[in-house]
Design a protein around this ligand. Structure first.
Ligand code: AMP
Ligand code: ZN
Length: 116
């Protein structure tokens, strides 16, 4: 656990969240400021700042987080699909530096990249 990391504190129950899933390695909860009717976050319990800090040794953990996404999405009623977003580093627009997968869905999800 990293001191002063918001998502470490959420994963360890020190800061409240609307939890939807927990096991020994992974924690999932509702985003506090949703951009769509369903907006979940999947995080590792162990501190990892971003995808940029991962290597082959994290493959199993990352696979577990990704395969959890459709299960949690279905539980939230997203039968038609959902968007996953992982912002990595300042160059990727990341704001909270503890790796997280956004799961976004419901309502109208526009194309992510607008082309003129
Ligand atoms: P990112 O820009 O990818 O780093 O995403 C950070 C996300 O964390 C944003 O969508 C925030 O709304 C969300 N967030 C920040 N603080 C909290 C919190 N206390 N509980 C739940 N989600 C949060
Ligand atoms: Zn952390």
């Amino acid at each position: 656990m990293s001191d002063n990391c918001l998502f470490c504190k959420i994963a360890h129950g020190e800061i409240p969240s609307r939890k939807v899933y927990e096991d020994d390695e992974v924690f999932a909860f509702h985003d506090i400021n949703p951009v769509a009717p369903v907006h979940l976050m999947i995080i590792p319990k162990r501190h990892l700042a971003s995808l940029m800090e991962t290597d082959d040794s994290h493959a199993e953990l990352l696979g577990k987080m990704l395969t959890l996404a459709p299960k949690l999405a279905r539980e939230q009623g997203l039968e038609n699909g959902f968007r996953t977003v992982i912002n990595s580093g300042k160059g990727g627009g990341q704001e909270v530096f503890h790796l997280h997968i956004h799961i976004i869905g419901g309502g109208n999800i526009p194309p992510m990249v607008k082309r003129s």
